[in-house]
Ligand binder design. Structure first.
Ligand SMILES: Nc1nc2c([nH]c(=O)n2[C@@H]2O[C@H](COP(=O)(O)OP(=O)(O)OP(=O)(O)O)[C@@H](O)[C@H]2O)c(=O)[nH]1
Ligand SMILES: [Mg+2]
Length: 133
């Protein structure tokens, strides 16, 4: 079977206190139980930026203003290859919440933990913890 190739756009929602809003993946999903930066699949005809804006409306109920692409990472899982586009979102309208009923929390940027995220996130989580962004 051919490996699935997925392109994902995710938003790193950061407030003025340098806290980041993260959500927990559903028990029935790929990478169930891991925490993530909200986001999802880039659809045909969409730019990564358009996709992150749409996904943040759908999943956490905010309107992101001028997301900034921080980093692109590729990761090979046993059953799929994913390319992740991570956007920093510091300007938005609304208050983020778990619009799909998913658990969520604000966490200090310095307190992020690589092991709580899917393995593909290691590079971005380490960079954030080290204050690279
Ligand atoms: N949103 C998000 N997905 C991530 C991250 N890290 C990571 O490996 N992924 C993977 O990227 C894919 C994201 O797909 P998704 O399930 O969120 O897609 P989606 O929102 O479009 O969901 P849907 O297919 O139910 O409509 C999953 O395979 C997920 O495990 C992350 O930080 N954020
Ligand atoms: Mg998603």
């Amino acid at each position: 079977m051919a490996l699935k190739q997925l392109n994902i756009a995710a938003g790193i929602i950061r407030n003025a206190s340098k806290e980041i809003f993260i959500t927990q993946r559903d028990a029935s999903s790929h990478m169930a139980g891991f925490w993530e930066f909200p986001g999802g699949k880039i659809e045909a005809g969409e730019t990564p930026e358009q996709a992150v804006i749409r996904e943040l409306q759908e999943e956490v109920g905010i309107d992101a203003k001028s997301p900034v692409l921080l980093k692109t990472l590729e990761h090979r899982f046993p059953d799929r290859i994913i390319t992740l586009y991570f956007f920093l979102v510091e300007d938005w309208q609304g208050e983020p919440y778990g619009k799909e009923g998913q658990p969520k929390r604000w966490v200090a940027q310095a307190g992020l933990k690589e092991e709580e995220f899917p393995p593909a996130n290691e590079g971005i989580v380490t960079a954030l913890k080290n204050n690279q962004y």
